[in-house]
Design a protein around this ligand. Structure first.
Ligand code: ZN
Length: 207
């Protein structure tokens, strides 16, 4: 199983970090050891002083495939989840400055919070509304209608380089509003289903 992540996939988020809006998806990966599931706490790592939350919609790949063609891309995922792409922003800034890879800032242990999945039929993939709350206050709100590269384009693009396999996860990028977390914070991911229900998908205490 691999975790593929897309960076700068919402224009307002690219802007808030002074990054250009990309012409192609920005792709990076996390190892399976990055997963944090079952509402387990996130322990603030010693190597960073600036861990940011990034709430994201996550796709679960349900078919093996490479070089997926656009007309078939929608059939490659059948469930979605919400997740957090925890980012050591101080370390990422250093890596960017030096032109170094991002893994130590993005792919560390427990950096990929993941909620349980919901079937794709429970949402409208083209306009999934979601939200991150920090200590009960909304800090990030997004809708997938603002994606620069929608789900199908992501699948077409990444499958040119990496064979997609059943169970792979794709973190599809974060909307604006990223910011620091502190020990004692409680993060909660909320998803709006097609029928209008707002569902709490995960809780992640920071310890
Ligand atoms: Zn991200």
């Amino acid at each position: 199983m691999k975790i593929i992540c897309i960076g700068r996939n919402y224009a307002e988020h690219a802007k808030e970090l002074n990054n250009p809006v990309p012409g192609k998806p920005v792709v990076f990966m996390k190892p399976a050891t990055a997963l944090l599931v079952n509402n387990k706490p996130f322990y603030y790592p010693e190597f960073s002083k600036e861990i940011h939350h990034e709430i994201e919609v996550v796709l679960r790949i349900c078919k093996n495939g490479r070089h997926v063609q656009p007309e078939f891309a929608a059939s490659y995922y059948d469930q979605i989840a919400l997740g957090i792409d925890f980012t050591a922003r101080d370390i990422q800034d250093e890596c960017k400055k030096k032109g170094h890879p991002w893994e130590i800032a993005k792919a560390f242990d427990d950096s990929a919070v993941l909620s349980p999945f919901v079937g794709i039929e429970e949402v409208d993939p083209k306009q999934i509304r979601f939200e991150l709350q920090k200590n009960g206050q909304p800090v990030q709100q997004g809708t997938t209608s603002d994606l620069l590269f929608p789900f199908e384009e992501i699948i077409v693009h990444v499958s040119q380089y990496f064979k997609l396999q059943v169970g792979d996860l794709i973190y599809t990028g974060t909307p604006a509003g990223v910011g620091p977390v502190q020990i004692g914070d409680v993060l909660e991911g909320m998803l709006y289903l097609k029928d209008g229900t707002k569902r709490s998908m995960f809780t992640c205490p920071v310890k």
